[in-house]
Design a protein. Structure first.
Lengths: 398, 333
């Protein structure tokens, strides 16, 4: 059983007198056989966290357990782990067979056992007939497969993968992604996977650990992170394109934003009262054109906007809308409140500069505390007394 | 020929003037010419001594001191002095004589053994140092590196007297500037220890410097990969970092080997007499052809050539590695 636990793991660096905290009081409990993704922007501490698990970095504080053993200060070779690196890190002076069997030969396995394991590993990653090649003679995808095979042969308790697909082209990336999933199913080993690509994290993992500034923001299954983000950071990081954020103030019966009001009953929502500054979060796919208002289960009032930029993606179109007076601003801070990104049907005949009215599905609206960024609620129950809450079925959510 | 140049030039200048004229238009010509001039200069200054040794070695001993090595030649009635020395007679027996008169092969073996031992020690210790300087960050690293390099600035002669006293093992080593005894070292004169130790210390800084540069360029990921796969840091150094730095290691090894193989200053003092049994090196052997009354220049020359052969072979074999090692510092991937 290879359960991985991190308790209060902290890593501080001394960068020419400045103390930099790369990992800040990280607590994680990863079950046997789980596929966990660490995601976060560059410099969020995800790689450092992985290095502390691998033993390449010793944490400043805290303990790490793999299985039932405390491994905090053990060297990497004694931790029962195998790792796949972002830069692949095959030994250039050894052929594929020697690369794959390197760890086994170091541990003095009998030759026939080495051969058996190398054969099985190269089978799994489909490297047959390439065992005598040198790494420089192989393509990026093949090298990556050798690196994975090198990790597999050791039959480790825990796999660590540090952005293993980051250097591959888009098509190969998708292919290797499915191979990794297949591999996880076959091996039934704990996999800890670091990526900055939230799409990879969504598709691969059992649970996603979202990190920012060295702190764990949320650790939950992918859809929970997507549908119920704990805070503004997770909401903005998970999902592509990113969630719309609009600052507003709670009034007696609505959320007032600079360009529109969203009716709801603050009394029905815990932890919120009139006068609170909140940030409204709504995903592009939860915004609908006004003419579809009747099909939206719990629509908001009409919001007037003007189409600014259209990005056709094939299966959908991303429309950047300008709210209010429709001034385009290059200033990001200024622009956020006036901009709304929505996903529309590819058959839509909307054109740039055209006016459009849209509605928001109030059942998929998130509110965050503007000051702390913490999530308050992930759906708004409509204000019962409010007549404008549409004539369609008014029902409370689950 | 003449007509074509005149056609091109429209003037009747001399060849030097024409060349100058075209060189002004094409400065590369000048650089090429300078390059050839420098090449010829270096070739003559390095190869001529070997030629001169060759001439001396095959000249019979009796002819050495009589007459000139520059023969007078008579060509079509004009007589003059040939500008290159030629042997006076032919006696290849000198190459056998060198082994008959003194056990020259033993001197060569001494030099070889000293050089190999020193090279192994230097490579091992310099690898550890190069790993630390090239791959780890710690306060005072630059200062320490400077200190190590500073050792190589001292003339070796500065160390001879204290080292000789220490290796003689007659008196205890004392704390500097006091007479407090620390310990009495074993007597090491006339043993390889008294030579290998100072050689290793003296040639270490250069090797550390070369290996630091090379080891510093190996990507961290490879070392991490080796450590995760099951090596210690030291294992990663010797199994991954060192093999990948082969040109640098070869450079350090060859430079150390040649320097020790040719060394005479320390060994002439640490071997109290130039005898093969006292671990006297090649130069000691060569000098034993000189006695109080006679100097057998032909045997000395032949012995020099024989002694140089192993190094020539080594350099020819390792040439590619050394050149790429010396030049590939910053350009390595």
């Amino acid at each position: 059983m290879a359960r991985v636990r991190l308790e209060h793991v902290t890593k501080r660096y001394d960068d020419q007198g400045d103390i930099v905290t790369a990992v800040d009081d990280m607590n994680l409990d990863i079950d046997h056989g789980e596929f966990i993704c660490f995601v976060g922007p560059s410099g969020c501490g995800k790689s450092t966290t992985m290095e502390t698990i691998a033993g390449l970095t010793i944490p400043t504080e805290g303990e790490i357990y793999i299985g039932d053993r405390e491994v905090t200060n053990l060297p990497p070779k004694d931790r029962g782990i195998a790792m796949v690196f972002q830069n692949i890190a095959l030994f250039p002076h050894m052929d594929v067979y020697d690369n794959i069997s390197f760890g086994l030969r170091l541990r003095d396995y009998p030759q026939d056992e080495i051969d058996r394991r190398v054969e099985r590993a190269s089978d799994i990653v489909q490297l047959d007939g390439m065992l005598s090649r040198m790494p420089e003679e192989m393509s990026g995808g093949q090298r990556q497969r050798v690196a994975i095979a090198r990790a597999i042969v050791r039959e480790p308790d825990v796999f660590l993968m540090d952005e293993p697909l980051a250097n591959l082209d888009a098509k190969l990336k998708v292919h290797m992604r499915t191979e990794l999933q297949r591999l996880h199913k076959e091996l039934d080993t704990t996999i800890i996977y670091v990526t900055h690509d939230q799409e990879e994290a969504m598709t691969l993992s059992d649970r996603i650990a979202v990190l920012d500034s060295g702190q764990l923001q949320q650790i939950d299954p992918p859809l929970t992170c997507y549908n119920e983000p704990d805070n503004l950071f997770v909401a903005g990081f998970i999902g592509s394109p990113s969630m719309n954020f609009i600052e507003g103030t709670v009034t007696e019966n609505a959320l007032e934003t600079p360009n529109f009001d969203l009716e709801f009953n603050p009394a029905s929502v815990e932890g919120i009262s009139a006068g609170d500054k909140v940030t409204l979060g709504v995903r592009p796919e939860d915004i609908y054109p006004g003419e579809l208002r009747d099909e939206v289960p719990d629509p908001s009032g009409m919001i007037q906007a003007k189409a600014d930029i259209l990005e056709p993606m094939g299966d959908e179109i991303f429309a950047y809308l300008l709210l209010g007076d429709g001034e385009t601003s290059m200033d990001q801070e200024m622009a956020t409140n006036d901009q709304l990104l929505m996903s529309i049907d590819p058959d839509s005949d909307l054109e740039e500069e055209e006016s459009i009215s849209v509605v928001i599905d109030r059942r998929n609206v998130h509110l965050f505390d503007s000051a702390t960024g913490e999530a308050i609620v992930h759906d708004l129950i409509p204000y019962e007394a409010e007549g404008t809450a549409s004539g369609s079925e008014v029902e409370s959510d689950d | 020929m003449a007509t074509t140049t005149e056609d091109q030039n429209q003037s009747s200048d001399g060849p030097l003037q024409r060349w100058t004229q075209s060189a002004i238009q094409d400065p590369d010509k000048v650089y090429r010419a300078l390059f050839y001039a420098a090449m010829v200069f270096f070739l003559v200054t390095t190869l001529f001594p070997f030629y001169w040794l060759m001439v001396l070695a095959v000249t019979p001993e009796g002819n050495l001191l009589s007459g000139s090595f520059l023969p007078t030649i008579n060509l079509f009635g004009v007589s003059g002095t040939f500008p290159l020395p030629v042997p006076k007679g032919f006696n290849p027996g000198a190459f056998v004589g060198v082994f008959e008169q003194v056990p020259f092969h033993l001197y060569m073996l001494n030099s070889f053994a000293l050089a190999v031992t020193t090279t192994v020690i230097v490579l091992f210790v310099a690898s550890l140092a190069g790993y630390v300087f090239g791959r780890l960050r710690f306060p005072g690293r630059a200062l320490l590196m400077l200190g190590i390099l500073a050792i190589s600035y001292f003339p070796p002669a500065a160390f001879v007297i204290p080292l000789f006293q220490a290796f003689a093992g007659n008196a205890p080593i004392t704390v500097p500037f006091t007479s407090i005894p620390l310990f009495t070292p074993p007597r090491m004169l006339n043993t390889p220890g008294s030579m290998v130790l100072p050689f290793s210390a003296l040639f270490m800084p250069l090797s550390i410097f070369i290996l630091t540069t090379f080891y510093g360029q190996i990507p961290d990921g490879l070392e991490d990969a080796a450590r995760v796969e099951g090596t210690t840091r030291l294992g990663a150094l010797f199994r991954v970092i060192m093999p990948l730095s082969a040109p640098g290691v070869a450079t350090a090894a060859v430079l150390t080997f040649i320097a020790v193989y040719n060394e005479y200053f320390f060994s002439s003092i640490m071997a109290t007499s130039p005898e093969a049994t006292n671990w006297s090196p090649i130069v000691g052997g060569i000098l034993s052809y000189q006695t109080q009354y006679t100097t057998q220049f032909n045997l000395m020359a032949a012995a020099s050539i024989v002694g140089v052969l192993p190094v020539v072979i080594l350099v020819v074999v390792a040439q590619e590695r050394i050149v790429s090692g010396l030049t590939s510092g910053a350009l390595k991937e």
